[in-house]
Design a binder for this molecule. Structure first.
Ligand SMILES: [Zn+2]
Length: 55
């Protein structure tokens, strides 16, 4: 019971845009979930694309 607390944190949540690790969680095996680290991340990326297109 509650053995999951002894598991190594092999689960990671990474940002799908900048691949930064957002969070880790206990898991039996290496598990990767994709998420978005913040709304700022999205805005920065679209802003960067806009810049390179205009240049
Ligand atoms: Zn990000």
């Amino acid at each position: 019971m509650e053995n999951y607390k002894d598991l190594p944190e092999m689960g990671v949540v990474v940002c799908r845009h900048c691949e930064r690790v957002v969070e880790t969680f206990p898991s039996f095996k290496v598990t990767t979930f994709y998420a978005i680290c913040s709304s700022d991340c999205l805005e920065q990326e679209s802003g960067r694309n806009e810049k390179s297109e205009s240049a």
